[in-house]
Design a protein around this ligand. Structure first.
Ligand code: NDP
Ligand code: 8X3
Length: 246
């Protein structure tokens, strides 16, 4: 029987690449995101693989529970919808940007998880794959609340595993580093030049890299849980501790 994956934020980047990859591999897709037009395009592109599309803002708790709460046969929930806004130091940020990141990356992911988990627990099968980030473990200037939201994803994923011990439901945190998608366009609010500079002269991860990894994770034998995967482009690594000299 075909398996079903529900992808949040399927309209772009990692989510779209996952939709394409899983479709080719014979999975059924439930695709969600805010941009209806893009969901329709994906439906046309991927044809029968798309079970359904749902225009859904993960920040809308009522909608999330109304739309996801009644689903019964979701094998994999890919909590991918998310964003960074701005790169300003914490004393200069727009507080609305912080709230949007918390509402999307933390609360949206919480709502989707809580809406779908009961059916997984009662079936005693399922897999929640959360898209975290290297920013959830490694600080950088301007990463302030974005990194904080991804640290939440990391620890929430571990704590879910603790709750689920004794069931066959699996949980994984995938933590990519720099990857080229619409992420930087969103972060820099449509400043395409600034966004392009992030990837200039370097080779970032591609959304397909994340899709292949997610596919590998959910296809491990049923007794194996991949807790976390941190992945970076070869062109990215850590820096030394920063020192302020007087
Ligand atoms: P994109 O901007 O290309 O895609 C983000 C997706 O999230 C879009 O499909 C968007 O859909 C969706 N989304 C955003 N806000 C909401 C919302 N409120 N409700 C529903 N969907 C929403 O970026 P990426 O593919 O790169 O990002 C995907 C995930 O990966 C994010 O969680 C991001 O933080 C994380 N990540 C990205 C990295 C990178 O360098 N690119 C590295 C590490 C992690 P729509 O606008 O249609 O709603
Ligand atoms: C996205 C990667 O380094 O821009 O999560 O925070 S980074």
């Amino acid at each position: 029987m075909k398996k079903t994956i529900l992808i949040t934020g399927a309209t772009s980047g990692f989510g779209k690449a996952c939709a394409e990859h899983f479709a080719v591999q014979g999975w059924q897709l439930i695709l969600t995101g805010r941009r209806t037009g893009r969901l329709e395009q994906l439906q046309q592109q991927l044809g029968e693989a798309v079970l359904t599309t749902m225009t859904l803002d993960v920040r809308d708790r009522e909608q999330v529970f109304a739309k996801l709460g009644s689903l019964t046969d979701v094998d994999v929930l890919l909590n991918n919808a998310g964003l960074a806004l701005g790169l300003e130091p914490s004393w200069a940020v727009d507080i609305d940007d912080w709230e949007t990141m918390v509402d999307t990356n933390i609360k949206g992911l919480m709502y989707c998880t809580r809406a779908l988990l009961p059916q997984m627990v009662s079936r005693d099968s399922g897999h929640i794959v959360n898209i975290g980030s290297t920013a959830g473990s490694w600080p950088y200037p301007g990463g302030n609340v974005y990194g904080g939201t991804k640290a939440f994803v990391k620890q929430f994923s571990r704590n879910l595993r603790s709750d689920l011990l004794g069931s066959k439901v699996r949980v994984t945190n995938v933590a990519p580093g720099m990857a080229e998608s619409e992420f930087s366009n969103v972060r820099f609010k449509g400043d395409i030049e600034q966004a392009a500079k992030v990837y200039q002269g370097t080779e970032a991860l591609r959304p397909e890299d994340i899709a292949e990894t997610v596919f590998w994770i959910v296809n491990r034998p049923a007794h194996v849980n991949i807790n976390v995967i941190e992945m970076m482009p070869v062109d990215q690594a850590w820096g030394p501790f920063a020192i302020h000299r007087h």
